[in-house]
Design a protein around this ligand. Structure first.
Ligand code: ATP
Length: 264
């Protein structure tokens, strides 16, 4: 697993202000931030905080970003799981107990948590995935809510998840992180254009770019901004202008169209 420790890091973690849009989702995760900041307060009140949440939605729309922001805002370590293996899961939870309060993040939980064999209409999963999932369920059940560990997991395929993961006390809370609408795209453009040497102020471009990019994810938007900067650099310009940005949009529209067709 990977550990990001905001207490030891350079203090440049992702904050809520770096996550554009996603207003509802941010409100939903605020409760976790408050709990992680003062678990004892909740404990003394006898309040049972949800142990975690599943972040649902298409790739590149800010699931990982939001999970990291929760950790930074609460100033707690962020432990993210990569790869399969029951031993990995055991080690991860052991470390999390040691570091609590903290966050465990499992990206693309569908890789681990596919429906197991024996459930109706399912694809077979590998033995290793099944062992990983079983260990994950054991660890989740063994983790009392008072321990101060919040578990967040992301997926874009909730339909293929093993039902055991979705039972009460496990990932029973779902937070939708969908494609950004026009207003959100504008905010994401403003966010990412800040890092670029532009001819005019970011808000001069953001509105039109948002209008030109329906179906783009936050990751696509970040990509547009970078492509535009690369284009300007190739042309030996000192500032990025509207033609660079529109060139980058055109280039990426091809890619997102292919993806939309593949999904439908
Ligand atoms: P995946 O399922 O592919 O991991 P994800 O939903 O976890 O996708 P992120 O890794 O959070 O996506 O986002 C990828 C990148 O896209 C971010 O690092 C950021 O640059 C940009 N991005 C995505 N959503 C937003 C947003 N709401 N605000 C600002 N930037 C965003």
């Amino acid at each position: 697993f990977t550990l990001i420790d905001p207490l030891k890091g350079p203090g440049k973690g992702v904050r809520f202000s770096d996550v554009a849009g996603l207003r509802e989702a941010k409100l939903e995760v605020m409760e976790f931030v408050d709990y992680l900041k003062r678990p004892d307060h909740y404990k003394s009140l006898g309040a049972k905080v949800p142990r975690g949440a599943l972040l649902l939605g298409p790739p590149g729309c800010g699931k990982t970003l939001l999970a990291k922001a929760v950790a930074t805002e609460a100033n707690v370590p962020f432990l993210s799981m990569n790869g399969l293996g029951a031993a990995r899961v055991r080690d991860l939870f052991k470390e999390a107990r040691k570091r609590a309060p903290c966050i465990i993040y499992i990206d693309e939980i569908d890789a681990v948590g596919r429906k197991r064999s024996g459930q109706l209409g399912t694809e077979q999963i590998s033995g290793e995935s099944e062992q990983t999932l079983n260990q994950l369920l054991v660890e989740m059940d063994g983790m009392a809510s008072k321990e101060g560990v919040i578990m967040l997991a992301s997926t874009n395929r909730a339909d293929i998840l093993d039902k055991a993961l979705l039972r009460p006390g496990r990932f029973d809370r779902h937070i939708l992180i969908d494609y950004p609408d026009m207003i959100e795209r504008r905010q994401i453009f403003e966010q990412h254009l800040k890092g670029i040497q532009l001819e005019k102020a970011p808000d001069t471009y953001a509105k039109r770019l948002a209008y030109l990019t329906p179906g783009f994810s936050g990751a696509d938007i970040a990509n547009v901004c970078n492509e535009a900067a690369l284009h300007a650099a190739r042309l030996k310009k000192t500032k990025v202008d509207r033609t660079d940005l529109e060139y980058a949009v055109e280039r990426l529209v091809g890619g997102t169209e292919k993806r939309t067709h593949a999904m439908s």
